[in-house]
Design a protein around this ligand. Structure first.
Ligand SMILES: [Zn+2]
Length: 141
């Protein structure tokens, strides 16, 4: 725990906002949040994983963990829908992005990515970010 007088970094700031956003996710298995800062460190987007806007499902949709998976929109995909390429400097995600999202993040020209938790099913993002010259850092608080 940090002392009260210690100021958190922009990376931690964005990641903590992403964490708050994750609490809004309707996914009972994996709640992921993401936050984007522009080049002035202003928040330009906050998102979480979930179904497409306006889609309603019955309660038993959620009982099968694997069946629901293809319909879930990742937090990063929802986040990228909120701004244009070149506008975001730092993307924070509570979970290491999957390889698909890592490719999209690269296409958006984002230069810094921070995450909290590693996604064990897919760690290719680390290589994709390195390949594309994106600074990727795990932050644990
Ligand atoms: Zn993803």
């Amino acid at each position: 725990m940090k002392e009260n007088f210690e100021r958190i970094s922009w990376k931690e700031y964005a990641l903590r906002i992403a964490e708050v956003a994750s609490f809004r996710s309707e996914d009972p298995y994996k709640k992921v949040g993401a936050c984007a800062l522009d080049f002035s460190n202003r928040v330009i987007g906050v998102a979480y994983n979930g179904l497409a806007p306006g889609v309603n499902v019955s309660d038993n949709f959620w009982t099968d963990r694997d069946k629901r998976r293809p319909y879930m929109i990742h937090a990063e995909a929802n986040l990228l829908s909120l701004f244009k390429r070149g506008e975001c400097n730092l993307l924070a995600c509570t979970l290491l992005p999957c390889s698909c999202c890592a490719s999209m993040i690269s296409a958006y020209g984002i230069k810094k990515v921070v995450y909290k938790e590693t996604y064990n099913r897919d760690t290719m993002a680390i290589d994709i970010f390195k390949f594309n010259g994106i600074d990727c850092e795990q932050i644990i608080f």
